[in-house]
Ligand binder design. Structure first.
Ligand SMILES: Nc1ncnc2c1ncn2[C@@H]1O[C@H](COP(=O)(O)OP(=O)(O)OP(=O)(O)O)[C@@H](O)[C@H]1O
Ligand SMILES: N[C@@H](CCO)C(=O)O
Length: 324
């Protein structure tokens, strides 16, 4: 679920008078997603997505997210576009939340992606990294080392409620990452949350990327690590070498990874697994029972983190040996 903030039809109709989008014919809340409240609207002209930005999205960051979608779409990436209001603004307010109307992207996310889809995702990620060049606004990654430490300070003393021994294990992991985190790899705009539910396909054809609300400036290879975590594992927790290889090959064909980026992949995967473990752990411990949101399992990312600790070289992820 993600409808944290409900809207009334009257308020919505009033909100829509600020746009040139035709008349509202129907609307409904969208159950998927965990961050923002999303609604699907039908108007006499076109389907639209209405997003109300919730707790983890800073209002000051919205020009970055909305401007980035415009920048990427202008450069040929398939992603939703924020619609301007009659006064040109991309952002309005509805039910006390910042709100935007976003174009509807055709397609569905894949519940059972195969290696061929992972290859497409790798390609699209690299295309996004190239298309992001020249974007003028910047946004530091709030969920990198310092952000992880803050999350850990808020939840570390209760971590053993989720699994015994976690307080010590994650404390050591953070210390390791603090001392080993790469700082001089190529930087750019990263998506930072390119999970399966944020990539749409029409049949086997990738139709576009959505949900740029964690996008920020960080190491491009960190985004590859996020994708490898999200797409390279099976539900039973095992790493699927064929899928990982396809994703990496797809990326590398569009934006070749440097030797330094390849060498850093294991540590970047550890950091990325820790990032999602920590946000999930925090949500797990703080979301009240009965809230209308499906809590995501932090232990899934703990298992991935442990897997990455066993990796000695990026060849083990499926990068062709001769190219490493
Ligand atoms: N532009 C769009 N076109 C079509 N459907 C969309 C669009 N944007 C969002 N959706 C629908 O809304 C759902 C939730 O959107 P989104 O992933 O942006 O929400 P979120 O709360 O930010 O989620 P997440 O948990 O991935 O951070 C998507 O799975 C999709 O069904
Ligand atoms: N993709 C995130 C949730 C949304 O940011 C996760 O799976 O934990």
């Amino acid at each position: 679920m993600a409808v944290y903030t409900d809207i009334t039809e009257d308020d919505l109709r009033d909100f829509l008078t600020q746009y040139n989008v035709g008349d509202l014919t129907s609307y409904k809340g969208i159950a998927e997603g965990v961050e923002n409240s999303n609604f699907l609207l039908h108007t006499t002209r076109e389907p639209l997505i209405l997003t109300l930005y919730e707790k983890r999205v800073e209002k000051a960051d919205l020009p970055f997210f909305l401007g980035l979608m415009q920048h990427l779409a202008d450069r040929g990436l398939s992603c939703p576009l924020p619609l301007p209001r009659r006064d040109g603004a991309l952002l309005g307010e509805l039910s006390g939340r910042p709100a935007a109307l976003i174009s509807f992207l055709e397609g569905m996310w894949l519940r059972k992606p195969e290696a061929k889809h992972c290859r497409e995702v790798g390609r699209a990620l690299a295309q996004m990294h190239l298309a992001g060049e020249g974007f003028q606004l910047t946004r530091p990654n709030a969920l990198s080392l310092e952000g992880w430490k803050t999350l850990w300070e808020k939840s570390g003393d209760r971590a053993d409620e989720v699994e015994a021994g976690l307080e010590e294990e994650i404390g050591s992991e953070l210390a390791y990452l603090d001392s080993s985190w790469p700082r001089d790899l190529p930087f750019g705009v990263i998506h930072a949350d390119l999970f399966q539910d944020n990539v749409f396909f029409l049949g086997d054809q990738l139709s576009g990327l959505i949900d740029f609300y964690f996008a920020c400036n960080d190491m491009l290879a960190y985004d590859v690590a996020i994708c490898l975590n999200a797409w390279g594992f099976e539900k039973d927790g095992s790493y699927n070498l064929t899928k990982g290889m396809a994703l990496l090959e797809g990326y590398d064909a569009v934006r070749p990874l440097s030797r330094q980026e390849r060498d850093a992949l294991p540590v970047l995967c550890r950091g990325s697994a820790l990032r999602f473990f920590l946000t999930r752990l925090y949500d797990w411990l703080t979301t009240p029972e009965g809230a209308l949101v499906v809590k995501k399992d932090p232990l899934e990312y703990l298992r991935k983190l442990r897997f990455h600790r066993s990796i000695a070289s990026s060849v083990e992820y499926g990068l062709p040996a001769e190219a490493v």
